[in-house]
Design a protein around this ligand. Structure first.
Ligand SMILES: Cc1cc2nc3c(=O)[nH]c(=O)nc-3n(C[C@H](O)[C@H](O)[C@H](O)COP(=O)(O)O)c2cc1C
Length: 199
């Protein structure tokens, strides 16, 4: 099973740490993985020019997201990780979602049936992780994907982590948050295995 991990953080911090924690877990379970980070990338906003709708040849912008598009199309499962900014996801994460309009214009079913999980890292314990996860899960639902949560006691909507504003060190020390990540990864893996079997 092929898993694409995405970090919507502009730095090598807690989100990068948590997404790679997930990818390593899945690699240990036999998955093939790819990783894309917004860090250091020139990512342009969707400008609603409708080039993608009119031409069905992808996005008018030929920027760093070409690699992101490849990963989204290649994967059976997607882990979208975001830092919490202003009580929700980062602008980088939102821009990546918006820019998916280009691949969906070319093929509206391009993401259909893929399993997706969300992961949100806040400087606070309750700093908008739930809203960020809901937005990620809504993106999956809108595009006919299958959203995976991690179950009750902390991981209902996905993985929720608290960096204490200390980047990767903060997330590595957040045992409760990492537990929500492991719970979500287990369900994500099971759902991928089940959907691949019936596909
Ligand atoms: C512009 C900005 C807004 C932020 N807003 C929030 C917030 O609303 N809630 C929160 O918990 N943390 C907030 N933070 C803190 C980050 O979520 C936290 O430091 C997190 O670890 C960043 O992820 P990273 O380590 O992967 O870069 C904000 C940070 C920045 C830069």
């Amino acid at each position: 099973m092929k898993v694409f991990g995405i970090s919507g953080s502009p730095r090598q911090g807690g989100t990068d740490y948590a997404v790679n924690y997930g990818l390593n877990y899945l690699k240990d379970n036999g998955c093939e993985t790819r990783y894309f980070s917004a860090r250091g990338k020139d990512i342009k906003f969707c400008i609603h020019c409708d080039y993608c709708i009119k031409n069905k040849k992808g996005c008018v912008h030929k920027d760093a997201l070409l690699e992101f598009y490849d990963g989204m199309i290649w994967a059976d499962g997607i882990i979208m990780g975001t830092p919490c900014y202003q009580g929700t996801l980062s602008g980088q994460t939102k821009t990546m979602m918006d820019r998916c309009r280009a691949i969906l214009a070319k093929d509206p079913l391009i993401l259909k049936g893929k399993v997706g999980m969300g992961l949100a890292v806040g400087g606070d314990r309750s700093g908008g992780q739930e809203l960020a996860l809901t937005t990620i899960n809504n993106f999956y639902i809108l595009n006919e994907m299958i959203p995976a949560g991690g179950g009750s006691f902390g991981a209902n909507l996905g993985a929720s982590l608290w960096s204490h504003d200390k980047g990767s060190d903060g997330v590595a020390a957040d045992e409760d948050g990492l537990r929500t990540l492991r719970k979500t990864l287990k369900r994500f893996y099971d759902m991928m295995a089940r959907t691949r079997k019936v596909a």
